[in-house]
Design a protein around this ligand. Structure first.
Ligand SMILES: Nc1ncnc2c1ncn2[C@@H]1O[C@H](COP(=O)(O)OP(=O)(O)OP(=O)(O)O)[C@@H](O)[C@H]1O
Ligand SMILES: [Mg+2]
Length: 496
């Protein structure tokens, strides 16, 4: 009997025009948390979709407990004991928690579905796991983190031997990460193997035992996490050393460009005032739920302010609709690229030119050649991994989708750029590309606001940081005075 619960050997997979996986091997032991690492587009999600039977490999084999596994779809994979928590969570919103957990394997009494038993079992399981969610709650009323926890509960309830987690923490708060990690440790202690995909390096070293690295669809290596340093891991992933993670642009700070005065949006944004100068990067830090995204969306008129004033270049402007914001040369790159950022069934080119259509094609006729040319420029600038400008955006890897959202806003040459969690789900190398790009923007005299939950990132990028808590600005720090402790203190300033 093999020491591995799961072995994927010599896996190859191509999509039209792209070889995504080439001779990839992954060997996972029971009770281990196994990190699958690699840059955006390296092939991580694809490899896992092959495991789940969502895609069929062109070559190679999958062994589960020493036996050939041939799952023709997620249901079969689940029956064999493999569960996956996807990067793009698609919970069935109209379902209740217990229905979701028992989907496809409903408990029955005779021929009737036994609702009562399923609710009871779900409640027991939730209680046992210390998860405080009612079994009859609707999925649509849960937060992303809660949906993820329910997926984990589902994995536990089918007694999965292998659980795949594809970027499980990209949208959850620090406290929720702790709950997730507690569940992972629990699964681990029961001999369940976990395949963990994340771009957050500190998490990897905190929770993982073993690391496998892919680069460009190739297997680079597998080793114990304890034998690897952060630098070595980065080098394996990107194929070169990255010395300076946060290159700080030296830009000249100019005149005040944007002034926000006493801006409010219901109870989520309370009386916020600040100014932003040309050449400046203003960071906004705070805990999830502090009102940072709401502030950005109120400036951009995705939400209608309840009070306050916005001035650009000293003149009051009326922004009632995102269109007015765009006209005033403001860009908002939202944190949720799926809902507000990207048309998944459009091509990369169509997405790239979307915001700027009227400027690029004033006669209303879209010149496809020009569209491709513009798009190619951004594909190169941001190293977007795609076979061409004509690829459907929905077919790009998660991180590369984020870069397309960035290009679409940058093309319209905004003066004020608000980036909400711009590097979520983005690999180390590409993060650095985005930091350099921000540097380039402020050097051109533009003004940038960066909202980020990663304190090292805000500290690395910003000239000045505003900290928010419960909808208010609770503190302001200048670059020489930046400190993680001070930011945390302001971020936890509740009350009044
Ligand atoms: N259905 C598809 N059709 C065509 N190309 C695809 C398809 N699915 C994935 N690809 C391509 O395969 C490559 C690998 O994608 P994959 O999603 O596996 O990357 P990843 O390692 O998960 O990246 P990320 O960290 O950004 O999530 C990418 O270049 C992507 O564009
Ligand atoms: Mg992925």
């Amino acid at each position: 009997m093999s020491e591995y619960v799961l072995e994927m050997r010599h896996i190859a997979k191509s999509f039209p025009g792209v070889k995504v996986l080439d001779d990839v091997t992954l060997q996972v032991k029971p009770g281990e948390v196994h990190a699958l690492m690699g840059e955006n587009g390296a092939g991580k999600s694809t490899l896992m979709k092959i495991l789940m039977g969502i895609y069929t490999a062109d070559a190679g084999e999958v062994m589960l407990n020493g036996e050939h596994l041939l799952a023709r779809g997620p249901r079969e994979a689940m029956d064999k004991g493999i569960a996956m928590i996807h990067q793009e969570l698609n919970p069935i919103m109209d379902m209740q928690v217990y229905e979701n957990i028992y989907i496809g394997r409903e408990l029955r009494k005779g021929i009737l579905v036994d609702r009562k038993a399923m609710i009871q079992e779900t409640e027991d399981l939730l209680r046992e796991l210390g998860i405080n969610i009612p079994a009859v709650a609707y999925m649509r009323d849960l937060s992303v983190a809660q949906c993820q926890l329910i997926e984990i509960v589902k994995a536990i309830s089918i007694s999965a031997k292998v659980v795949v987690m594809d970027e499980p923490t990209s949208a959850i708060t620090e406290r929720e990460v702790e709950t997730l990690f507690a569940q992972i440790r629990r699964l681990k202690s029961e001999g369940v193997a976990i395949i963990y995909i994340s771009h957050k390096m500190d998490e990897i070293f905190q929770i993982c035992d073993t690391i496998t690295v892919l680069r460009d669809g190739h297997f680079i290596g597998t080793d114990a996490a304890a034998n690897m340093t952060n630098e070595q891991l980065i080098r394996m992933m990107v194929g070169r050393d990255i010395t300076e993670v946060f290159p700080k642009a030296e830009a000249e700070i100019g005149d005040v460009l944007l002034e926000v005065k006493n801006l409010s949006y219901g109870r989520q944004v309370k009386n916020v005032s600040f100014s932003l100068r040309r050449g400046e990067v203003l960071g906004i830090a705070g805990l999830v739920g502090a009102g940072r995204s709401e502030l950005a969306e109120t400036i951009f008129a995705m939400r209608q302010k309840s009070a306050g004033e916005i001035l650009i270049g000293g003149k009051p402007v009326e922004i009632r609709h995102p269109k007015d914001a765009i006209q005033n040369r403001i860009a908002l790159i939202t944190e949720d690229r799926k809902i507000t950022g990207l048309n998944l069934s459009g091509t990369v080119a169509e997405n790239t030119t979307l915001v700027d259509l009227s400027r690029q094609f004033p006669k209303g006729l879209i010149d496809r050649q020009k569209e491709n040319r513009i798009t190619d420029e951004y594909i190169q600038k941001l190293s977007i991994r795609t076979p061409s400008a004509q690829q459907l955006a929905g077919r790009l890897s998660g991180g590369n989708q984020q870069k397309v959202v960035l290009s679409k806003w940058l093309l319209s040459e905004p003066e004020i750029i608000i980036l909400d969690e711009p590097t979520r789900g983005i690999d180390v190398g590409a993060k650095r590309d985005i930091y350099l790009l921000i540097g380039g923007l402020v050097r051109q005299g533009k003004a940038v606001i960066v909202i980020s939950s990663e304190i090292p990132e805000v500290m690395g990028l910003s000239d000045r940081i505003l900290v928010m808590a419960e909808g208010r600005v609770t503190g302001e720090l200048l670059r020489p005075d930046f400190s993680q402790e001070q930011i945390m203190t302001y971020a936890a300033q509740f009350g009044e």
